[in-house]
Design a protein around this ligand. Structure first.
Ligand SMILES: NC(=O)c1ccc[n+]([C@@H]2O[C@H](COP(=O)([O-])OP(=O)(O)OC[C@H]3O[C@@H](n4cnc5c(N)ncnc54)[C@H](OP(=O)(O)O)[C@@H]3O)[C@@H](O)[C@H]2O)c1
Length: 317
């Protein structure tokens, strides 16, 4: 089958790869659509041996392992494989898969897993939400849109930081209270900061934390490590910094995916998909994502790729 493999230069190439093996606890998914996440692009820079990208997929179940009872052949699903989902088919442990109702198309569901799970688990990490003031940096991506809609819906007062007013408009519509493009305009102090950009912004947001506030350290999109000075006494007295990793969770991916699916099906969560392309365009979507030209999520639709596809190399692995 056809699949994306790392090209060794930070992007992908296409290759014929062996069919996935379906273990006793796995389901085999025919991938109809997938999404691309910033974290995966970081792995493309230094791919582990044999690793293939792809953590967000939606499609139909083709086969189930002997121990799988909750899912059946033919069922439409959304799944969060550990890797290898940018392919025609992928094997996924059943505890990382949730059923999809007919009302949610695969192209919508594909945007849910990594960004949606992250937003849901940020909410769980923060704990109390109603009435609390929050600042989210790097909010114009997939996680930011889900987080704002969920947190604002629960009564949080969310300030978002984006690179332009345009890139933040939808966040205001989803319930954000303030949009800033410069951190000096953010009206702190905040009970909670969710910081995903790094560099100097990290310390700037720490200064905006109220006494005993919480800074959730979520990422480093700028690739620049944060600097912080103990002797800077502005803000953040006795505050907590928590390094957040979405994959470390007491709740299974299947259960949290099912929650996200219910929220979407009932109109309480709206995946913000601003680019839909054919999967042969994956490399250019990665370029756009890294250049900050994607807002929300980008989704790739899997067509049966002809082996005469112009981007087809002859690699086999
Ligand atoms: N810790 C975890 O478990 C976990 C899980 C998921 C995601 N993450 C991280 O959380 C962040 C948000 O995830 P996401 O999927 O929503 O990412 P995304 O879609 O790529 O959005 C990240 C946003 O960061 C902003 N940004 C600000 N400064 C940047 C810079 N110097 N370079 C590139 N982007 C910059 C960009 O928006 P503007 O151009 O509007 O500023 C971009 O839209 C990412 O950093 C991601 O790696 C962490």
């Amino acid at each position: 089958m056809r699949a994306a493999i790392p090209d060794g230069r930070g992007s992908i190439a296409w290759a014929d790869v062996p069919e996935p093996r379906v273990g006793r606890h796995d389901v085999l998914v025919a991938v109809e659509a997938y999404s691309v996440n910033r974290g995966e692009t970081f792995l493309l820079d230094a791919p582990p041996d044999g690793w293939r990208p792809g953590k967000d997929v939606a499609g139909a179940v083709l086969d189930v392992g002997a121990e799988v009872t909750a899912l059946a052949v033919g069922q439409r699903v959304v799944a969060h494989p550990e890797h290898s989902g940018w392919a025609e088919r992928v094997g996924v442990p059943a505890d990382r898969v949730a059923a999809l109702p007919d009302s949610i198309p695969s192209r919508t569901a594909a945007a849910l897993p990594l960004a949606g799970l992250t937003a849901l688990r940020l909410i769980r990490t923060i704990g109390e939400i109603p009435g609390r003031t929050m600042l989210f940096t790097g909010a114009s991506g997939g996680v930011g849109h889900y987080f704002v809609e969920l947190a604002a819906g629960l009564g949080a007062r969310v300030t978002v930081m984006c690179s332009s007013v345009d890139r933040g408009q939808r966040l205001l519509a989803l319930g954000a209270e303030q949009l800033v493009t410069d951190i000096s305009d953010a009206a702190g102090p905040f009970d909670v900061v969710i910081e995903s950009v790094g560099g100097d912004l990290f310390a700037a947001t720490w200064r905006l934390l109220r006494t005993r506030g919480l800074l959730v350290w979520m990422g480093q999109a700028s690739h620049t490590r944060p600097t912080i000075d103990f002797f800077d006494w502005t803000g953040g007295a006795n505050a907590t910094m928590r390094k957040f990793l979405y994959s470390e969770s007491d709740v299974s991916d299947a259960a949290d995916l099912a929650t996200l699916v219910r929220l979407v099906a009932s109109g309480r969560l709206h995946p913000e998909i601003t680019a839909v392309a054919d999967w042969t365009d994956t490399a250019s979507v990665i370029t756009d994502l890294l250049a900050r030209r994607v807002r929300g999520n980008a989704v790739l639709e899997v067509t049966r790729m002809a082996t005469t596809d112009p981007s087809t190399p002859t690699t086999s692995r």
